[in-house]
Design a protein around this ligand. Structure first.
Ligand code: AMP
Ligand code: ZN
Length: 471
């Protein structure tokens, strides 16, 4: 199976040819953990999961590395605004370390619910400070840095290829100098590698370094950790499109200046999820989380289906109507699978695929390999379901194969009737209702979790608790 990916560096589709035969090193910029991930962030992780699944489907041994930005102030390029981790700590009365741990745990629970394959390496910024310091020293030794006002800066004038990814025009950048506020910078696009002079007060997360006590600049972690786990040259780096102009541009400058080699072969960027107000933002207060969708009765896989319905390089507008539509489609697909299971005379694993069925599989693979075209992949799955010429066994077999990329847990759907609830779960629902009446909310939540782990969703309505099995 051939895979073509849009490489932002080349502004076009390129065939994926790995650096090392049959393997693929893939780095994804991970979450900042001072707050919950919003559904926009999660769209990007769904796209990266599809990318990984397509590579794995095609037989590549993927090494998927993701960082966790648990240093609170590393959320902006400049040392201004506020330390988001400290703010969260002040508001909740918990330590910054607790805050980071809490949101990290929730993030990985969220991505599991979305059936996103867990990265092989998950690396925290706070556990790699020495690697970052070593990288700054390397840059310092090669003359790419300068010290000003107590901070260590990367000098983009020492790196003439600066801005290649973003296609930045360096002359225009000079113009920007007039509005630049950090007077320590020699060039407005220079960026901090190590801060010792912070505008933040009561900094908790600081470390010793050759330049004094301080903390790393926010781009540094991705360069240091990706090279540690994937080597100085690797195949794919991904993230959202917002990272092209600054974060990834600066990551490239640091990494390539340090090694003198091309760092990443393919740059893949996912487009934004928009809400009614435009761009989703965590700093604007209320924002949509996966939990919020679940509390409204949606299955996380409804959201996954919603994401698959749009191409990752197109902006996607969130609406509950569109999510309802995705839920309906997913449930309908589940219903078809249940029917097919009932109609199958033999187990789908042993089915022989005829030409017609193979055609669907091949078209699906070609859409998946054509820059991860999931809308067309879904369309192919639907066409297969509705085709009267293909046997139920063949349909199931091909759908299960497709699901290795779609990740909709189609194989977990059983042919049994939906309406039966086992005795123990029925008892638990009754017990939970009693606990709620007695205001024993922690027991009620505990029971909800148990039922959830059995694939049973419950919803409290004015006329009592209703349940449904997740498909
Ligand atoms: P953050 O936790 O803010 O660093 O973002 C995590 C990931 O989500 C990054 O890859 C961002 O590029 C991406 N991202 C941020 N906002 C959105 C959005 N509205 N839609 C899609 N991806 C986003
Ligand atoms: Zn990054």
């Amino acid at each position: 199976m051939n895979i073509f990916l849009y490489n932002t560096m080349k502004r076009g589709l390129e065939e994926f040819i790995p650096i090392e035969d049959r393997s693929a090193g893939m780095y994804a910029c991970g979450p900042t953990v001072y707050n919950y991930a919003h559904v926009g962030n999660l769209r990007t992780y769904v796209f990266e999961d599809v990318l990984r699944r397509v590579l794995e489907y095609a037989g590549y041994q993927v090494n998927h590395v993701m960082n966790v930005t648990d240093v609170g102030h590393l959320t902006d390029d400049e040392d201004d605004g506020e330390d988001k981790m400290l703010k969260a700590s002040r508001e909740t009365g918990r330590s910054v370390w607790d805050i980071a741990q809490h949101y990290t745990d929730v993030f990985f629970a969220d991505i599991e619910k979305l059936n996103i394959r867990k990265p092989h390496v998950i690396c925290r910024a706070t556990e790699h400070i020495q690697d970052m310091i070593a990288l700054v020293e390397r840059l310092e030794d090669s003359g790419y840095t300068y010290s000003a006002g107590g901070n260590i800066y990367f000098s983009i004038d020492a790196f003439p290829e600066y801005g290649r990814l973003a296609k930045l025009n360096l002359e225009e950048l000079q113009e920007g100098a007039r509005i630049e506020v950090d007077e320590n910078k020699r060039n407005p696009k220079d960026f901090v590698l190590w801060f010792t002079k912070s505008k933040f007060e009561n900094q908790v997360m600081i470390w010793d370094s050759p330049w004094g006590k301080g903390y790393p600049g926010w781009h540094l972690e991705c360069s240091a950790m990706s090279m540690k786990y994937l080597g100085e040259q690797f195949d794919i780096h991904c993230g959202g499109t917002d990272h092209i102009n600054v974060h990834h541009t600066n990551e490239i400058a640091q990494s390539e200046a340090a090694t003198g080699k091309q760092w990443v072969k393919y740059w893949c960027h996912g487009e934004f999820l928009l809400d009614d107000t435009g761009k989703m933002s965590k700093s604007r207060g209320e924002f949509l989380t996966l939990e919020l969708l679940m509390n409204q009765g949606y299955d996380p896989l409804d959201y996954r289906y919603f994401c698959l319905n749009g191409h990752y390089r197109s902006q996607l507008r969130f609406s509950f109507e569109a999510l309802d539509q995705a839920r309906k489609s997913r449930e309908k697909l589940g219903g078809f699978i249940r029917e097919l299971l009932k109609q199958s005379a033999q187990s789908p694993e042993t089915a022989e695929l005829g030409e017609e069925a193979l055609g669907y599989q091949e078209r699906f693979e070609s859409h998946a390999g054509n820059d991860l075209n999931m809308p067309r992949c879904l369309a192919e799955a639907w066409k297969l379901v509705k085709n009267q010429q293909v046997s139920p066994e063949e349909k199931l077999m091909v759908l299960y194969r497709m699901d290795r990329i779609l990740g909709l847990k189609l194989q977990e759907i059983s042919g049994e009737e939906e309406n039966d609830l086992d005795e123990d779960s029925a008892r638990l629902i009754k017990e939970r209702e009693a606990a709620r009446s007695a205001k024993q909310f922690s027991r009620a939540d505990e029971i909800r979790d148990i039922l959830e782990s059995r694939g049973i969703e419950i919803k409290d309505t004015p006329s009592g608790t209703v349940w449904r099995k997740r498909v």
